[in-house]
Ligand binder design. Structure first.
Ligand SMILES: Cc1cc2nc3c(=O)[nH]c(=O)nc-3n(C[C@H](O)[C@H](O)[C@H](O)COP(=O)(O)OP(=O)(O)OC[C@H]3O[C@@H](n4cnc5c(N)ncnc54)[C@H](O)[C@@H]3O)c2cc1C
Ligand code: FES
Length: 267
């Protein structure tokens, strides 16, 4: 089994708006992870329901690993109500990390809602590796102003532009509108750029197509429903552009977006 199973207490939980929470844990030993990797997360007191751990991108690792969650069902509802001291089990780190940009490339991060977590980790690592804030461009979209959790962190790490579908913050409309503008400008100016995206499937499919149409490499972090998280249950199959499937937990979650058949199995 890849990754290490660690049981640790919840150290802190911060409730953000609109069903988003950040959970920090007190790890007995550091989790050594790379940007884009994830954990299979489960509380020790869940009993038999929900039975399976839930995949969550690592927002931070080390001695104080954390995750950003959006409440969508039973597992995330329980996480959103977790109390300090509740023991949780992490199997981590799992999956493929983000590919690093080439030295000549700027980065364009495109986030949607809770998909922001692995991109914050990436931006932090890029800054730590010496990439200037001016070379990390972030486009972050949400339905409303309440669906842009942790945007202040991205603002510190890179040059942030936000969009909301109802116009309650930033540019009104979907984030893909400004992605198209930005890629058009970058192509015209000949700026080598690597695109990184994580968010709803439809958003990532649109970003992958825009990047390909403009001739830019694009990395996507896939979010398929998972059972085991390490390649055994085959429950996380995603259609490949060349035919057949890859398994999100071991071949992903971070993949070259061009290798995915975005019209295939939708998760
Ligand atoms: C690699 C990876 C990283 C992830 N990172 C995060 C993260 O950082 N924060 C976060 O909040 N969520 C993340 N997710 C999604 C998260 O795992 C699911 O939202 C969670 O498992 C739902 O569990 P639940 O018991 O609350 O909901 P369930 O009762 O299992 O499902 C409730 C509803 O959510 C839908 N759903 C379940 N899983 C997914 C999914 N993967 N994508 C879209 N819809 C889904 C179901 O179809 C259903 O409609 C990630 C998923 C993967 C694969
Ligand atoms: S989640 Fe079991 S094989 Fe991927």
């Amino acid at each position: 089994m890849p990754g290490t199973m660690i049981t640790m207490p919840l150290a802190r939980r911060e409730e953000l708006e609109a069903g988003y929470h950040v959970l920090w844990f007190d790890a007995p030993e550091p989790i050594e992870a790379q940007a884009g990797q994830f954990a299979m997360v489960r509380a020790a007191d869940w009993g038999s329901t929900p039975l399976l751990p839930r995949p969550m991108s690592l927002l931070t690792a080390g001695r104080e690993p954390s995750v950003l969650i959006k409440v969508v069902g039973e597992g995330t509802r329980l996480m959103g109500g977790a109390a300090v001291g509740n023991p949780y089990t992490f199997l981590a780190p799992l999956g493929t990390p983000w590919r690093v940009p080439e030295p000549n490339e700027e980065t364009l991060l495109v986030a949607g809602g809770v998909g922001v977590a692995p991109l914050i980790y990436l931006a932090r690592e890029l800054r730590g590796a010496g990439l200037a804030r001016e070379r990390i461009h972030v486009l972050y979209g949400g339905r409303t102003v309440r669906d842009l959790p942790l945007s202040e962190q991205l603002d510190e790490l890179g040059r942030l532009r936000v969009t909301t579908e109802d116009g309650s913050r930033g540019t009104e409309g979907r984030v893909t509108l400004v992605v198209a503008e930005e890629l058009e400008r970058r192509r015209a100016d000949g700026i080598a750029t690597r695109v990184y995206t994580c968010g709803p499937h439809g958003m990532m499919a649109a970003v992958a197509k825009l990047a390909a149409d403009h001739g830019f490499p694009c990395e996507a972090s896939l979010e398929a429903p998972m059972g085991c998280g390490y390649g055994v249950c085959l429950g996380c199959a995603v259609s490949k552009s060349e035919g057949g499937y890859l398994y999100c937990c071991v071949d992903g979650p971070c993949v070259d977006a061009a290798t995915i058949d975005w019209t295939g199995r939708v998760f």
